[in-house]
Design a protein around this ligand. Structure first.
Ligand SMILES: Cc1cc2nc3c(=O)[nH]c(=O)nc-3n(C[C@H](O)[C@H](O)[C@H](O)COP(=O)(O)O)c2cc1C
Length: 340
C-alpha cells in the first residue's frame, strides 16, 4: 500500500463522500493486490489470454493477472483481427490490462477503453525488448531510455482514468544504464500506483539470471519483483528484499495451479488431463477450432513436459487439426474420459 502523505490538521479539508468512497475502493484494490495476493501472474504475449486466465482462476480466483500486452493503435482502431481488443473484464476481477505504445494521446484513449471494459487497473509496458516494439515503434523497453516520453505517457494515462495505473519495467536499457529507480521515481511523481520490476536489462533479453536489487526507503510505491520466480522460497526471498509482491511468468506454463499452490488455496491437481481438456474447450470457444488448435499445441507441450512418452505425444499432437481428434489424443495420453 503506498504511504499517504501527511497533511497538517489546519490545512485539512473535509473529503466529499463520493471522493472518499472512490479513494477507499482504489485503496482497497491496491492493498488487496499487494498485501493479500502477493503473487501476480505476469503478462505473457500469446499465453495469458482470456482462456488461460479462466484456467488460472479456477484454482486461485483472486490471483492478480495481467492481460497480454495490447497495442494502443490496435485497441483504439478496434482492429477486428485482434480478439483481445473486445474482451470484457467485468467478470474477471483483479485483471490489469497492459497497453503498449509510444503515443501519449493514443495510450490515454486506450486506457479509457479498457477502463470502460472493466479492467481493474491499467499497466503500461516499459520493458518489452522485441525490436518491433522497442526499437522500431519506440514503445516498451525504449521508454527506459526515453524518460521524457515515458513521463508524458504516464501523465496522460493517469489523467485519463480513475482506476490505478502501474508500469512494468526492467533494470534499464543495458549494463551501463541500470536506472530503473529514476524511472520509478518519475512514475511516482506522475501518480503511478505500483510497478513490476524484472531483474534483467533490455540487453539481456531473457538470458542470464534475473538479479533483483534490494528495495530501499527512497522508493515510494509498492514494487513487485519479477524474473525466474518459481517456488515459495523464491517468493520469500523477493519479499525479504523489500518487494511488496512477486510475479511469476514462465513458471506458470503448464502449471496454471501454481498460484493456488503457492498461496495455499489448492494442491497440485491429480486430474491434469481433465484440466487440459477444459483449457482446450475455453480456447475453442474463444478462438474457434481453426485458430485454437495450432495455438493450443504449445500448452499441450508445457502440460506434458517431462512425462513418459511426451515427445511422441507432442509429435502426434502437432499434426492434429480437428478438436475431436485432439480431445481423443489428450484422453489417451492422460488416461481420462472425454465428457464433452
Ligand atoms: C513468451 C513471453 C511473452 C511475454 N509477453 C510479455 C508481455 O506481453 N508484456 C510484458 O510486460 N512482458 C512480457 N513478457 C515478460 C514476462 O512478463 C516476464 O517479465 C519475464 O518472462 C520474466 O519473468 P519469468 O522469469 O517469471 O518468466 C513475456 C515473456 C515471455 C517469455
Amino acid at each position: 500500500m503506498p504511504n499517504l502523505p501527511y497533511m497538517p490538521s489546519d490545512q485539512a479539508r473535509p473529503i466529499k463522500l463520493n471522493k472518499f468512497l472512490i479513494f477507499c475502493f482504489i485503496g482497497g484494490i491496491i492493498s488487496q493486490m499487494t498485501a493479500v495476493n502477493q503473487i501476480f501472474a505476469a503478462p505473457l504475449a500469446g499465453i495469458t489470454d482470456r482462456p488461460f486466465r479462466r484456467i488460472v482462476r479456477m484454482f486461485s480466483p483472486n490471483t492478480p493477472m495481467y492481460t497480454e500486452m495490447i497495442s494502443c493503435h490496435s485497441l483504439v482502431g478496434a482492429h477486428k483481427n485482434c480478439l483481445r481488443n473486445f474482451d470484457d473484464y467485468r467478470a474477471e476481477p483483479n485483471t490489469g490490462a497492459q497497453i503498449f505504445g509510444a503515443d501519449a494521446n493514443l495510450m490515454a484513449d486506450a486506457a479509457k477503453i479498457l477502463q470502460d471494459a472493466g479492467a481493474s487497473w491499467i499497466d503500461i509496458n516499459m520493458g518489452c525488448p522485441v525490436p518491433k516494439v522497442a526499437t522500431r515503434s519506440g514503445a516498451g523497453a525504449n521508454l527506459m531510455r526515453d524518460h521524457g516520453l515515458a513521463e508524458k505517457i504516464m501523465r496522460a494515462v493517469v489523467r485519463s482514468v480513475q482506476i490505478p495505473v502501474s508500469i512494468k519495467t526492467r533494470l534499464g536499457w543495458d549494463d551501463a544504464h541500470r536506472d530503473w529507480a529514476d524511472l520509478i521515481n518519475i512514475a511516482t511523481d506522475c501518480g503511478v500506483r505500483f510497478a513490476a520490476l524484472h531483474g534483467r536489462t533490455r540487453a539481456q533479453l531473457y538470458t542470464g539470471k534475473s538479479e533483483l536489487p534490494v528495495i530501499t526507503d527512497d522508493i515510494k510505491i509498492p514494487i513487485i519483483g519479477n524474473g525466474d520466480i518459481k517456488t515459495s522460497d523464491d517468493v520469500r526471498r523477493v519479499l525479504e528484499q523489500g518487494y511488496s509482491g512477486a510475479m511469476i511468468g514462465r513458471g506458470m506454463l503448464g502449471q496454471p495451479w501454481i498460484f493456488g499452490v503457492l498461496t495455499g488455496v489448492c494442491d497440485v491437481p491429480q486430474n491434469i488431463g481433465a484440466i487440459v481438456l477444459l483449457h482446450l474447450e475455453y480456447m475453442l470457444e474463444y478462438y474457434g477450432e481453426k485458430n485454437a488448435i495450432p495455438m493450443f499445441r504449445k500448452h499441450v507441450a508445457w502440460y506434458s513436459a517431462g512425462m513418459p512418452n511426451s515427445a511422441d505425444f507432442r509429435i502426434r499432437v502437432n499434426t492434429i487439426t480437428s478438436a475431436a481428434e485432439l480431445r481423443m489424443e489428450i484422453c489417451k495420453f492422460w488416461g481420462c474420459e472425454v465428457n464433452i
